[in-house]
Design a protein. Structure first.
Length: 88
């Protein structure tokens, strides 16, 4: 039997790092096509992460804090990006 307890944190960390690069490409560098290319693997990783959460293979714990940081950065950089293009 495989101990899945730490896999959730590993998935969240890898997904977070890939997503972070995509957010920079999209919101700060305004390269939307490259962001989508980067986000595809990140989205697959997060899909697997949440499947594991739903199946109780691992709990949130620290990994949920990574996701919170991820979305906080998305929010802040999204506002910055909208200011860059004159929406706000």
């Amino acid at each position: 039997m495989i101990d899945t307890k730490n896999i959730g944190l590993d998935l969240a960390a890898v997904g977070f790092l890939i997503s972070l690069v995509g957010v920079v490409e999209n919101n700060l560098l305004l390269d939307h096509t490259m962001a989508m290319i980067i986000w595809c693997p990140s989205n697959a990783i997060f899909c697997l992460y949440f499947l594991g959460r739903a199946r109780d293979w691992w709990d949130g714990g620290v990994s949920d804090w990574l996701l919170c940081l991820n979305y906080a950065f998305m929010l802040a950089s999204g506002v910055w990006g909208l200011k860059q293009i004159g929406v706000w």
